[in-house]
Design a protein. Structure first.
Length: 300
């Protein structure tokens, strides 16, 4: 851990830590699968990324008292799930994006078939490492962690939220409908990150998991609101993806329904609620507090 408690220093440390672990966990490149494994590594490691979701795992584990060495496995698992979702979201059949993390999207760098397979393989590999690697949990706890990640990835999580998102293009949603969509599409995996990190601590109790889950619900929503804001006010070079794509595709967003200022206010309200759910926790949760602030203040 860095000596500094500055969140940017901590985030850089988490990024470097998970990048080293990802390099070890991702498969090498046998000749018969060259394009597939290359595409997997390209999508996870090639463009870097902010690694916010792994940072959530590390921060939640730290707050719950987990040994940081055991957090690499769930941190890598959630980043692989996230990368798989981005590969598939970028496909022509979905968002049809050409740029991701400042580089060509997977289907542009390789081809659509390889991109689909790379996403499929990353999803499977995430569960493989979560099931096979040493963790300080019993079999029942490990099974629960796998279930949490599976639910967050499927029809009651990211995939379900993406289906609603695609169906909403060109239509007007109410604020409640938009929130429900994003609690699945964005919030479900973020909640899984927090819970998986905390569950790596043998000392964590049910009440703490409940409050951390509520904290996660708040930062999941504030994360999406800020993403929507940045799509309006950000530029392509800073964001690492095409800005203004939501409006171009006629997607319902928080700014399109509320306007920018009301969207910023709502994000801050979620941040304050997130902090309230940590009030029972001591200084060990300070990184989680800084993380919530970072989410609503970030510029990319």
């Amino acid at each position: 851990m860095p000596e500094s408690t500055d969140f940017n220093s901590l985030l850089k440390y988490y990024q470097q830590r998970v990048d080293r672990a990802l390099d070890l966990f991702l498969p090498d490149t046998p000749a018969r699968q060259h394009n597939l494994t290359e595409a997997m590594r390209y999508s996870v490691i090639g463009g870097g990324g902010k690694r916010i979701r792994p940072a959530m795992v590390y921060a939640a584990g730290e707050a719950a008292g987990a040994d940081q060495s055991v957090l690499d496995t769930p941190a890598c698992a959630v980043e692989m799930i996230h990368a798989y979702s981005l590969i598939h979201d970028d496909l022509p059949a979905m968002d049809d994006d050409d740029l991701r993390r400042g580089q060509a999207t997977c289907h542009k760098a390789f081809d659509e078939a390889t991109a689909i397979l790379a996403g499929d393989a990353l999803q499977a590999h995430a569960f493989e490492i979560l099931a096979a690697n040493d963790l300080p949990v019993d079999d029942g706890q490990r099974l629960q962690m796998i279930l949490i990640l599976a639910t967050a990835s499927g029809s009651e999580g990211m995939a379900g939220g993406q289906a609603i998102d695609l169906a909403a293009v060109g239509h007007t949603l109410t604020l409640a409908e938009l929130e429900a969509m994003h609690r699945l599409k964005t919030g479900a995996l973020i909640k899984a990150c927090i819970l998986l990190g905390a569950m790596c601590s043998p000392a964590v109790n049910k009440d703490e998991l409940t409050q951390l889950g509520r904290y996660a619900d708040c930062i999941g929503l504030s994360f999406q609101i800020q993403d929507d804001i940045l799509d309006v006010i950000g530029d392509t070079e800073t964001l690492g993806k095409l800005s203004g794509s939501d409006e171009k595709m006629q997607k319902p967003t928080y700014p399109s329904i509320l306007g920018l200022e009301a969207s910023r206010k709502l994000a801050m309200e979620q941040h304050e609620q997130a902090l309230a759910h940590l009030k029972h926790m001591d200084a060990s949760a300070n990184t989680l507090r800084q993380l919530s602030a970072y989410i609503v203040e970030r510029e990319f």
